[in-house]
Design a protein. Structure first.
Length: 87
């Protein structure tokens, strides 16, 4: 099993546009028992990837509860880094 952070990054690799909730749902089958698979921790991980240049914010909207959702998409540098470091 890969580290959760690596697996989170790989969810974006094929160019999908995802928000934090999307990533959590995709990772639940394998990582449901992990403490970091909570919204705040996963949001911090996604935002860190964005600040490190691996992901770009792509759009914003409001969910059904009126909460802001930020969507992210991998950029060329992010794909290059994933290909180099995550086998």
């Amino acid at each position: 099993m890969r580290p959760l952070y690596y697996e989170m990054l790989l969810q974006f690799k094929d160019g999908k546009e995802l928000c934090v909730n999307d990533v959590i749902e995709m990772l639940k089958p394998q990582y449901s028992g992990f403490k970091m698979l909570k919204f705040a921790a996963m949001q911090e991980a996604v935002m860190s990837a964005e600040k490190n240049g691996l992901l770009d914010e792509s759009r914003f909207d409001l969910d059904e509860n009126g909460q802001l959702r930020v969507y992210y998409k991998v950029n060329d540098y992010g794909v290059q880094m994933m290909n180099s470091y995550i086998k």
